[in-house]
Design a protein around this ligand. Structure first.
Ligand SMILES: NC(=O)c1ccc[n+]([C@@H]2O[C@H](COP(=O)([O-])OP(=O)(O)OC[C@H]3O[C@@H](n4cnc5c(N)ncnc54)[C@H](OP(=O)(O)O)[C@@H]3O)[C@@H](O)[C@H]2O)c1
Length: 308
């Protein structure tokens, strides 16, 4: 190998490179001069022109045979996949647990390092299925013999603002689920991307779990309320009460698993324990820490100047 890990011109494979976080990670790595392969199933049209610096390769992490060629020659494999929601019948078990395990196994055959994006609260006994599946992937990675780094992000501010805006009814009021009063340390996705890029290019970060939160914790209800204020919408967010969510889980959720998963996740979000990123912040004092209020103001300013 001409260039050692951590040097310029590494070949990095970003699984989930078409996603909200992964596309930012892929773009930054390419901007730094690395060769980037972004894995995608190609199921959804992505906005904007394709990035000529990034080589998009078809692969489905649920089918390990599709991973071998795309991972050939990779020095680092970054996983930003998720199967909680999205097209193609994905599930946390098939993507976040088994798909990540497959990525780790193929990366091991290729002699590549792995950077796994997980979530704050990942634990085998979490009330949230996604957090349990992430924990299973982390365990597999740690015991695989592959040099690894785990980045555990809190909920991404930009993704959730977008998601909440999608719940607006005809009168503009947004919808929240459950009590929605648990404080959540929303993190700016750009900061998560910056940390994932550092974890990718810096081999001294192997063997580390890096948690990242934002500096301002708002409940889901508060976030929805602040979006409504920013949009000039009167009233409070609508709320789907917990008993209704329980009913969804045990009835319609059985035939529409994605709906059941979302209802179950909303119930779990009411009781998730707080996350703590003190160690990561001490370690990377130059990493920006943008409050969710600033992210919201930026998004509102951008949408008010966007062409219609
Ligand atoms: N969003 C949050 O608030 C949040 C919070 C904490 C942690 N995270 C974690 O951060 C990472 C990125 O999240 P995100 O919100 O950016 O996700 P996203 O925008 O939904 O992107 C998900 C990506 O996963 C890929 N994917 C899904 N199923 C796949 C499969 N079977 N085979 C190959 N690729 C597959 C998708 O690619 P194609 O559809 O193109 O195939 C897409 O690029 C995930 O690991 C997520 O769990 C997210």
């Amino acid at each position: 190998m001409l260039f050692g890990r951590g040097s310029l011109d590494m070949l990095v494979v970003v699984a989930g490179g078409s996603g909200f976080l992964g596309s930012r990670v892929a773009a930054e790595l390419a901007a730094q001069g690395h060769q980037v392969r972004a894995l995608s199933r190609g199921l959804t049209a992505r906005p904007g022109p394709p990035d000529a610096r990034i080589h998009v390769v078809r692969a489905d992490v649920r089918d390990p045979r599709t991973l071998v060629e795309p991972l050939t020659g990779a020095e680092v494999v970054v996983s930003t996949v998720q199967g909680f929601i999205g097209p193609g019948g994905v599930t946390p078990a098939s993507v976040d647990r088994d798909g990540n395990r497959a990525l780790v196994d193929v990366a091991r055959e290729q002699g590549a390092d792995v950077v796994l994006v997980s979530m704050t609260g990942a634990a085998t006994d979490s009330p949230m299925e996604l957090a349990r599946m992430k924990a299973a992937a982390e365990q597999h990675l740690r015991s695989s013999g592959v040099p690894w780094t785990v980045v555990r992000g809190a909920a991404f501010a930009q993704a959730w603002i977008d998601l909440l805006e999608g719940t607006a009814g005809r009168n503009g009021r947004l919808t929240v689920f459950g009590r929605a009063d648990n404080p959540i340390p929303w993190v700016d996705v750009r900061e998560v991307a910056a940390l994932v890029v550092r974890a990718t290019v810096d081999p001294t970060l192997r063997g580390e779990v890096l948690e990242l939160c934002g500096p301002e914790s708002w409940s889901l209800r508060r976030l929805a309320g602040e979006i409504m204020i920013a949009r000039g919408i009167l009233g409070h967010p609508r709320r789907v009460p917990r008993p209704v969510l329980h009913t969804i889980v045990t009835t319609v959720g059985r035939v529409r698993p994605e709906l059941g998963r979302q209802a179950a996740a909303a119930l779990a979000m009411d009781v998730l324990p707080p996350a703590d990123d003190t160690r990561t912040r001490e370690r990377f004092p130059d990493l920006p820490a943008t409050p969710v209020s600033t992210v919201l103001a930026e998004l509102m300013a951008a949408s008010s100047t966007a062409p219609v």
